[in-house]
Each structure stands twice: as C-alpha cells, then as structure tokens.
Write a protein that binds this ligand. Structure first.
Ligand code: GUN
Length: 290
C-alpha cells in the first residue's frame, strides 16, 4: 500500500480563504474588524519567522495585526503589563504570547493572565478545562488543525477507532487526546515511559506523533491503512553536510508505504496551525459581536 498524502498546505489555504470571507462579512454587517496581538520576547530566529508569518497571514485575511516586541532581558513584569493592556484593549480580540519565553519568565503565569476569551492559543487553564469537560472554549491550534485533517480523510464518524497520540505536551498531545476522545475514539496517550511503543502504535487506526524526535516512528510501527499525522518539525543535518533539512517525527517513506493517509513534513500539519489561529481569532471576535 502507498499512502495518500494529506496536503495540509492546500487545506490551510482553503481554511484561510473561508476565514477571510467571514471577516469581510463581519466588517460589513457589524463594522467589526478582528484584531490579533502577538507578543514576542527575545531574538529566537525561529520565533521571528513564525511571528512574521502570523502577521502577514492575519493581514491577508483582512484582520488587524498588532505586534509587540520585548528584549530578551525585559523583566517579567513588562510582559505582564503588556498582556494586561491587551486584555483591556477593545480592538484586540486575540492575544498570543510566542513561546518559548526566556528562562527568567514563568510561561504559566503569563498565560494565566490572558483573558480566556482572548486566549486564541487555547492554552489558558479555563480553555484547557473546557476542552476536558466537553464545554465550548478555544481549542489549541495545532491539535485543532490535526483533527480537521483527520476528519477530512475519515469523515465525521471517528467513533470507536483506536487513536494513539505519542507525546503528552499541554500544547499538542493532551488537547489532541481530548479532541479525539470527544469524537468517541478509544484514545491512548504514549510518552517516553510507555512500554513497547511500536506494538501500541501498530494498534492505532489514527496515529499522531508529537514528540520532537526526528523520524522516530518507523514503518513497522504503522498499522496498514492507518491515518498518520506527523506534528514533528525537526531540523537535522543534510547527509552531504550542506546545511539542514526539516523532518518530522515519522520516517516518512517507510510509513507512507504502510499507512492509508499521511501528512508530509513540511506541508502537512505546519500550515494548519496559523490557519486555525486565524479561525480562533475570528471566533473570539464573533463571540464579542454576539
Ligand atoms: N511556539 C511554537 N508554537 C507555538 C504556538 O502554537 N503558540 C505559541 N504561543 N507559541 C508557539
């Protein structure tokens, strides 16, 4: 079997277009322009690239983009003050504080201060709790994007399927598991202490890899016909020593020979994250519009 490739780039482009259409209607019907504020602390080059892309795509969707930068050595109080000001700003519907933060800052404390109604990352404990109890809240962007791709391939009926999520982060693994549970999948969350991970992975109709270990999931970990979602974005040296290349957490060629559907890296899950961020910002603005 050779897997069908899940084109996240195309799916994300379609989603961004739908968001842009809604934004245009919101502007016409309610005179409301959704605004997304992104706060970046320090000089991490990867974070700068993400933040630039977010700003460009926010504007392309017809929304207002507000960007705030703080130096690497800024005190935590400066970031907390910035978040408090954005909470109070009626032009801002979504707030995203780019992670990771410098070591002297407490990310949990910062996220906790964000108004849950503006927490478009879905990281606030109120939104995490809502997801856990099945209430409407803001869902983290990456797992939301993964679920959209899974639904696109398997249709709306995921009930009873075995889902294995490798990785237990608050950003991807745990919310992904909650979303799949909400779809009535039988969900197992695997992590670094899991025993016989290859055998567990082989039981999965839906396999989500979010661990940050390059090409960890091998072809013989994959159940024939499974849907494989690769959240990994790992830079590794090229074989010829000329720079680096981006690979996922799945050994793509091996896994694609066994899976039914698989996301590539790049061009799979990655583009979905920003598209879902825009969708979450639109939802937050609509909630305000009533
Ligand atoms: N850093 C890498 N990915 C993300 C994300 O989805 N949200 C935030 N806030 N920071 C990130």
């Amino acid at each position: 079997m050779t897997a069908a490739i899940i084109d996240g780039k195309a799916f994300a482009a379609g989603l961004r277009q739908r968001v842009a259409q809604h934004v245009a209607r919101l502007r016409e019907d309610h005179g409301l322009v959704p605004g997304l504020a992104v706060v970046l602390v320090g000089d991490d080059p990867a974070s700068h690239v993400y933040v630039r892309n977010k700003g460009e795509q926010t504007k392309a969707a017809g929304m207002n983009s507000f960007e705030f930068r703080l130096p690497d050595d800024a005190p935590e109080s400066a970031l907390l003050e910035r978040v408090a000001a954005l909470n109070a700003d009626p032009a801002v519907h979504g707030i995203l504080v780019q992670l990771p933060l410098p070591k002297h800052m407490d990310a949990a404390k910062v996220i906790d201060l964000i108004d849950p109604a503006k927490d478009v990352d879905g990281f606030h404990v109120v939104n995490a709790g809502k997801l856990a109890v099945g209430a409407d809240g803001i869902v983290p962007c990456t797992p939301l994007g993964c679920l959209m791709l899974i639904r696109d391939r398997l249709g709306p009926r995921l009930a009873g399927l075995n889902a294995v999520v490798i990785g237990r982060s608050n950003i991807v693994g745990k919310p992904m598991a909650q979303l799949l549970l909400r779809e009535s999948c039988t969900v197992t969350v695997a992590h670094s202490k899991t025993r016989d991970l290859p055998a567990l992975a082989r039981s999965a109709d839906i396999l989500v890899a979010a661990v940050g270990v390059p090409e960890m999931v091998k072809g013989d970990w994959v159940k024939p016909g499974a849907v494989v979602i690769d959240v990994g974005m790992n830079r590794i040296p090229k074989a010829d020593g000329s720079g680096t290349r981006l690979v996922g957490d799945v050994a793509f060629a091996e896994a694609a020979a066994v899976a039914g559907h698989i996301t590539p890296v790049p061009g799979g899950v990655g583009p979905m994250t920003i598209a879902c961020l825009l969708a979450n910002t639109l939802t937050a603005a609509c909630a305000r519009a009533g």
